[in-house]
Ligand binder design. Structure first.
Ligand code: 1CP
Length: 352
C-alpha cells in the first residue's frame, strides 16, 4: 500500500486546480551544482553506475529535497538509457558529454534496433523508481521522464551531443523514411518505458524535447510533435485511482505551444524566451504551464533573484495552472544557496 501524498500541490496545479501557492521544482535539481551529489557520484565511480544502482539513484534524487522546500521529486536517471538499452553502447568520457559506441547511421542500423523490454534491460530504472517512491513515503509526488523520439534520435544518429545536427538533419533530408522508422521504434520504446515507470510508482511524466527547437515549423510537426502525440496517446494516464499528468517540453518551442496543447497533454514546459502571459493566450488556458525563470538569474544576488521570481509570477498572473521552474536545467556552477533563495521567494510571493 502506498502512502497518501502529504503535498500534492504539483499534481493539483497540473490539473489546473486551485492551490494555496505556486508549486516549485527545478529541472536537473539533482546534479553537479550540489557538493553532496559530487560526493556520491565519485563514490559510484561513473555516471551510469550511479543511474543503475537504485540505492544511489534514490539517494541523489532525495538530496535536493532535503536541502530545499521543493514540491516534486524527479527520478535520477538520463534520457539516454533507452538508446543504451537498444544496444548503442552509452558511455561518458571525462570532461565530455555522453557518447555512443554504435551510433545509428544507415537503414540497416535502424532495422536491427530492438524495442527494449523495460522490465528486462531497463529494469534498473524501474527498481530506482520503486525505491525512490518507497523512500519518499508520500512527501511529494515523483516525476518519471523520457526524451522525445526526435531528441533521442539526435543523440543516436550524431553519436553524442551536437552543435549543428548535421548527421540527423542529413538523414532527415536524404532518407526521411529511415528516420521515420527510427522515430517510430523510439516512440514505441518510450511508451512502454514510461508506462513501466508509472507501474513502478511514477506519479507524473515529463517528456524532454530538448532539440525540437532546431527544426523548421513544418519539420517540427512531422519529425517531433507527431511522435510525442503517439506517446501521449499510448500512455497510461491514471494510476492508483489518480490522474498521471503528462508534461511536454520543447526547448525553444514557444511558437508551437498551441499545437503542443492540441496533443491532449496536461502541461507544457516553457523556456524563458516566451512570456508566460503570451503562452497562456496561445494555449487558451487549456493546459498548465511550467517555467520559466532564466537559469542564469541564479548567478545574480538574492535581491535580483527575488525580483525575477516576482516577474515570472506576475507574468503568469492570477488563476490556477502554474508550476514554477527554471526555463531549462540548473547550471553546474550556480551557488546552491541561490536556489534556496529562489524556492523560498516562490513560496512567499505566491501564497494566496
Ligand atoms: O554527473 C555528471 O557528470 C553527469 C551529468 C548529468 C546529470 C546530472 C547527465 C549527463 N545527466 C544527468 C541527469 C539527468 N539528465 C536528469 C536527472 C533528473 C534531474 O534532476 O532533473 C534528467 C531529467 C536528465 C535529462 C537529460 N539528459 C536531457 C533532457 C533535459 C535537458 O537538460 O535538456 C538531456 C538532453 C540529457 C543528455 C545528457 N545527459 C548528460 C549530459 C551532460 C547531457 C547533455 C549532453 C549534451 O547534449 O550536451
Amino acid at each position: 500500500m502506498s502512502q497518501p501524498l502529504q503535498n500534492d500541490l504539483y499534481l493539483r496545479a497540473l490539473n489546473r486546480e486551485e492551490t494555496s501557492r505556486t508549486p516549485v521544482w527545478v529541472m536537473r535539481q539533482a546534479g553537479r551544482y550540489l557538493p553532496e551529489y559530487l560526493k556520491v557520484r565519485k563514490q559510484a565511480g561513473d555516471f551510469m553506475t550511479l543511474c543503475s544502482t537504485p540505492d544511489l539513484a534514490c539517494e541523489v534524487t532525495l538530496q535536493p529535497l532535503d536541502r530545499f522546500n521543493l514540491d516534486a521529486a524527479i527520478l535520477f536517471s538520463d534520457i539516454l538509457t533507452i538508446p543504451d538499452a537498444m544496444g548503442l553502447g552509452l558511455h561518458f568520457e571525462t570532461g565530455e558529454g555522453p557518447k555512443f559506441s554504435n551510433p545509428v547511421r544507415t537503414r540497416a542500423d535502424v532495422e536491427k534496433l530492438p524495442i527494449p523490454d523495460p522490465m528486462d534491460s531497463l529494469r534498473y530504472v524501474m527498481d530506482a523508481v520503486s525505491t525512490i517512491r518507497r523512500e519518499l513515503n508520500g512527501r511529494v509526488p515523483l516525476i518519471g521522464f523520457s526524451g522525445s523520439p526526435w531528441t533521442l534520435a539526435t543523440y543516436m544518429i550524431e553519436g553524442g551531443g551536437s552543435k549543428d545536427f548535421s548527421k540527423v538533419k542529413g538523414m532527415l533530408f536524404s532518407d526521411p523514411e529511415s528516420l521515420h522508422m527510427l522515430l517510430d521504434k523510439t516512440a514505441q520504446s518510450v511508451i512502454s518505458y514510461l508506462n513501466a515507470q508509472v507501474e513502478s510508482g511514477a506519479q507524473s511524466l515529463m517528456i524532454f524535447d530538448t532539440w525540437g527547437g532546431v527544426l523548421s515549423p513544418e519539420n517540427y510537426r512531422e519529425f517531433s510533435l507527431r511522435y510525442m502525440q503517439q506517446i501521449v496517446d499510448g500512455l497510461k494516464r491514471e494510476s492508483d485511482g489518480r490522474k498521471v499528468p503528462v508534461v511536454l517540453f520543447t526547448k525553444n518551442g514557444g511558437q508551437w505551444l498551441d499545437i503542443m496543447a492540441d496533443t491532449g497533454c496536461d502541461g507544457l514546459g516553457v523556456d524563458w524566451t516566451t512570456n508566460l502571459a503570451d503562452a497562456r493566450i496561445k494555449t487558451g488556458d487549456r493546459v498548465a504551464l511550467q517555467g520559466n525563470l532564466d537559469p542564469s538569474v541564479l548567478y545574480g544576488s538574492p535581491e535580483v533573484i527575488k525580483h525575477h521570481v516576482q516577474k515570472v509570477l506576475d507574468s503568469y498572473g492570477p488563476g490556477p495552472g502554474h508550476v514554477f521552474n527554471l526555463g531549462h536545467g540548473i547550471h553546474q556552477f550556480v551557488n546552491p544557496e541561490h536556489l534556496g533563495v529562489m524556492v523560498e521567494a516562490v513560496r512567499e510571493l505566491s501564497t494566496r
